[in-house]
Design a protein around this ligand. Structure first.
Ligand code: HEM
Length: 462
C-alpha cells in the first residue's frame, strides 16, 4: 500500500502531518494479515475516519467504534461488559504476567487500588526534580550533537533515564542499550504476531514473532529482577522511588501485598510503558514543531518567559506554559502512542444502533477517532489550539483518548504529561528545531505508533 506522507513542507504552505492511506473498505483476511505485519494502522479502513461504527467478520465478528456515546458505554457505563480483549492479554502476559495492565476482574481491581496512590499527583510532583535533571542531560546531549540528531533515540534515552531513576533509583542494574533493544525486539515480534490472535485464527497457524519475542522477554525479566533484588538488599535505605512504593503497596481494603512475581511484572510494565510512549509523544511533538516554526516560536516565547533565569523547567513552571502542553496534546491527537485498543463483549449489547454479540471483538482505533471527520475541524492539520481552554470546553471527553478512559484509564497519565511537559519546555527554551534531511516519517504501529524512519531534525542553540 502506498503511504500518503507529504514531502518536506514548503515553508510558505501549511504542511499536513504525515499519515497512512487507509484502505477504501475493510480488508480481506489475507490483506489484513499482510497489512498488519507492515503497519497495524493500515488495517483501519477509510470509513472508520468518517462513520461512528464499522462491523465485519474475519474469522470472528469485529466492530470498530468511533462514536463517543458508544465509547462512554464501553469504557465507563458498561465497563464490566467490555473487559480487555482476552487475546491481547494472552499476547502480553508472557512479558508482564497478570500485572495491572493485563488483568481483569478482581485481580485487576486490587492491583489498581494498591498502585493508584503511587501515582497520585502529589507523589508524581515529588518526582519532578528527577525529570528536570533528565531534561538538562537531554539538552546537553542535543547541544553537543553537531547540529543534527534523531529524536526518537534521544527522547527514548531521556525518558528511560527518568523511569530508571524514579522506578529503581538509577541505571546501575541496567545495560540500558540491551534493555531498549529487547523492548524493540519484543514489540516487533510478539506485537505483530498478535493480529492473528485478534482474528481468532486457530493456534496451529504459525506465529513466527512469538518465539523471537521470548528471548527478549527473558532478557528484560532478568534485568528487572536483578534491580529488585538489589533494592531488597538495601533494606532500610532512604530511597523513595517507585519500586519502594510498590514494595510497600497494599490493597487498602484487604491488606494484600504484591508477590515477587507481581512486582517483576508490574515494574517491567512501568519501565516499558513509562518511557516508550512518552518518548514517542515528545518525538512527534518536536517533529510537528519543526514543521511549524510559528507554533514553535510561540511555545518558545512562553517557555522562556516562564523560565526566566531558571536553568531548566520544574513542576513550578508548568502552569505558566499551557501552550507547550497543548502542543503535546495535539501531537498525541495526531499520533496517539497507543493507536488501537481492544475489548471483548461478554453479553449482547447495542452500540451506536448496532447489535453486539457475546465474544465479539471491539476495536477502538484512537488513531482514527482523533482524525475523525465528524468530530474534528480540519482533522489532519496540526493545530495546538485544538486544546485551548475555549476549544476543550464542552468537548465530549470520549473524543480524545490517548490515555484511554474510565476505571482503566492510564494510571501513569499524570506522570507522563509532567515528564513530557518538563522536557519539552526545557528544550524549547534553549534550542531551535528545524526539519532534518530525508523524507517525512510514516506513522507505523506494531504496539505503539512510531515514526518509521525516526525523526531527524536540525538543532540550533539559541
Ligand atoms: C504518553 C504516555 C502514555 C500513554 C499514551 C499511555 C497510554 C495508555 C492507555 C491508552 C492505556 C489504556 C489501555 C486500555 O484501556 O486498553 C494505558 C493504561 C496504563 N498505563 Fe499508560 N500511557 C502512557 C504512559 C504511562 C506511564 C508513564 C505509566 C507508568 C509508569 C503507564 C502505566 C499504565 C498502566 C499500569 C496502565 C493500566 C491501567 C489499568 O488497566 O488499570 N502509562 N496507558
Amino acid at each position: 500500500m502506498t503511504m500518503a506522507f507529504k514531502e518536506m513542507p514548503d515553508r510558505s504552505s501549511k504542511p499536513l502531518p504525515p499519515t497512512v492511506t487507509p484502505p477504501a473498505r475493510p480488508l480481506s483476511l489475507v490483506q489484513t494479515l499482510r497489512a498488519a505485519r507492515r503497519n497495524v494502522l493500515e488495517i483501519i479502513p477509510a470509513l472508520a475516519y468518517r462513520q461512528p461504527m464499522l462491523s465485519g467478520r474475519l474469522g470472528a465478528r469485529w466492530h470498530m467504534v468511533q462514536d463517543p456515546v458508544a465509547l462512554r458505554r464501553i469504557f465507563l457505563d458498561e465497563v464490566d461488559n467490555y473487559p480487555k480483549s482476552e487475546v491481547m492479554l494472552r499476547m502480553l502476559r508472557p512479558a508482564v504476567g497478570d500485572s495491572l495492565f493485563t488483568s481483569n476482574g478482581e485481580s485487576w481491581r486490587w492491583q489498581r487500588r494498591a498502585v493508584a496512590p503511587v501515582f497520585a499527583q502529589r507523589n508524581v510532583t515529588a518526582l519532578a526534580p528527577v525529570m528536570t535533571a533528565t531534561a538538562e542531560r537531554a539538552h546537553r546531549r542535543l547541544s553537543g550533537s553537531g547540529g543534527k540528531a534523531e529524536m526518537v533515540a534521544e527522547m527514548l534515552s531521556a525518558t528511560f533515564d527518568v523511569i530508571c531513576e524514579v522506578a529503581l533509583s538509577g541505571r546501575e542494574h541496567f545495560d540500558a542499550d540491551a534493555y531498549a533493544d529487547a523492548i524493540l525486539r519484543y514489540f516487533e515480534t510478539a506485537g505483530k504476531a498478535s493480529v492473528l490472535d485478534f482474528l481468532q485464527m486457530p493456534d496451529w497457524m504459525p506465529r513466527p514473532g512469538a518465539l523471537l519475542g521470548r528471548g527478549a522477554v527473558r532478557t528484560m525479566h532478568a534485568m528487572v529482577s536483578r534491580a529488585i533484588e538489589a533494592r531488597r538488599g538495601q533494606a532500610g535505605g532512604d530511597v523513595d522511588d517507585l519500586l519502594d512504593h510498590m514494595l510497600k503497596a497494599e490493597d487498602p481494603e484487604t491488606g494484600r501485598r504484591m508477590t515477587p512475581t507481581d512486582l517483576i511484572h508490574n515494574m517491567q510494565f512501568f519501565i516499558v510503558a513509562g518511557h516508550e510512549t512518552t518518548a514517542l509523544a515528545l518525538s512527534w511533538s518536536l517533529l510537528l514543531l519543526a514543521w511549524h516554526p510559528e507554533a514553535q516560536a510561540r511555545a518558545r516565547e512562553e517557555a522562556r518567559a516562564a523560565l526566566g533565569g531558571h536553568a531548566a523547567a520544574g513542576a513550578e513552571h508548568l502552569d505558566a506554559t499551557p501552550y507547550v502542553k497543548q502542543v503535546i496534546e495535539e501531537a498525541m491527537r495526531l499520533y496517539p502512542p497507543v493507536g488501537l485498543l481492544a475489548r471483548n463483549a461478554l453479553k449482547p449489547d447495542i452500540l451506536a444502533g448496532r447489535e453486539v454479540l457475546p465474544k465479539d471483538t471491539i476495536f477502538i482505533p484512537t488513531y482514527a477517532l482523533h482524525r475523525h471527520e465528524m468530530w474534528w475541524d480540519r482533522p489532519n492539520e496540526f493545530n495546538p489550539d485544538n486544546f485551548s481552554p475555549e476549544a476543550t470546553e464542552g468537548r465530549d471527553r470520549f473524543l480524545y483518548l490517548p490515555f484511554g478512559a474510565g476505571p482503566r484509564v492510564c494510571v501513569g497519565a499524570n506522570f507522563a504529561m509532567m515528564q513530557a511537559h518538563i522536557i519539552l519546555t526545557t528544550l524549547l527554551a534553549r534550542l531551535r528545531f528545524a526539519p532534518g534531511p530525508g523524507r517525512a516519517p510514516v506513522p507505523t504501529m506494531s504496539m505503539t505508533v512510531r515514526p518509521d524512519n525516526g525523526v531527524w531534525l536540525t538543532i540550533e542553540r539559541i
